[in-house]
Design a protein around this ligand. Sequence first.
Ligand code: NAD
Length: 311
Amino acid sequence: MRILITGGAGFIGSHIADACLAAGHDVKILDDLSTGRIANLPANAHFVEGDIRNAGWLTERVREFRPDVVSHQAAQTSVAISAREPVLDADINVLGTLNLLNACVDQEVSKVIFASTGGAIYGEVPDGERAQLDWQPRPLSPYACSKFAGEGYLECYRAEHGLDSTVLRYSNVYGPRQDPHGEAGVVAIFSQRAFAGQPLNVYARVAEGDAGCVRDYVYVDDVVRANLMAIDGAFGQSIVNVCTGEGTSTLELAEAIKHHAGSKCEIGFGPRRPGDIERSVLDPGSPPPLGETVSLENGLKQTVGWFGENA
Ligand SMILES: NC(=O)c1ccc[n+]([C@@H]2O[C@H](COP(=O)([O-])OP(=O)(O)OC[C@H]3O[C@@H](n4cnc5c(N)ncnc54)[C@H](O)[C@@H]3O)[C@@H](O)[C@H]2O)c1
């Protein structure tokens, strides 16, 4: 198949590109390199640099390549930036997405895979619970709002134009190539700091000194597998939680990374950061459509090892 990957020079998109090429697909990557990197691009993928906000240019690129499937990973991905600049966030994540959907309808693309956020869209998940697909989303940041809007437009374009789509709600993704300078990449940040012997800071969930917020950390290989399954039409439903269903506190994560890096760095404690969701754990479904996921132990081993060699 011909697969167009927006944001394919980024962390997750570049892994999807590698896997699509390995599966024998013809891959084109479209990215403005705002956070993505040329170094992430697979050697045998076609690459075009540009911005999804440029509707005319985007439609031309889709027309040229005539993809069967579009994997839409490009986005403004920082919750903090979205809070400071909600209009910028909406420009890229809502209007950019709409430009892409219009180009897909125009070129009769069969399917769009949309990278949404399970980590942000459900809001707070109470202790002992896991966010289920039928929960009403409670977006608490402009980023979560813009992703939720993207999901809504996909539903609308399915009804109005017959455009097939799958929404993948990723929990907190980690793995090799994640940008440690990004604001969501705590595993990348801790890995780099552990190797540099710098302290790992645990921001409070409620009060300074506690174990920090709880997240559902999913390894990038599982996210890639979910994308390949979606491309192959494996999901009988249009929205999937891409997650492990396991909650891990920031302190547990810091200790595990320190261990894998063989580091003597300190673990420090900071105050609660305004706007941080206290707990986010997702329900993988029963039976989970993704099957077994990589354990945090194995995923961290791979990731920390990669940062040890590449940091
Ligand atoms: N990393 C996570 O934990 C996580 C969790 C939930 C959802 N997601 C979603 O997964 C997708 C990939 O995220 P990532 O972590 O790989 O982030 P990333 O920043 O590494 O990748 C995003 C890519 O999109 C590109 N991009 C940004 N704006 C663009 C624009 N206007 N035009 C063209 N390209 C543009 C960037 O250059 C980058 O290569 C995003 O849609 C993100 O919202 C990520």
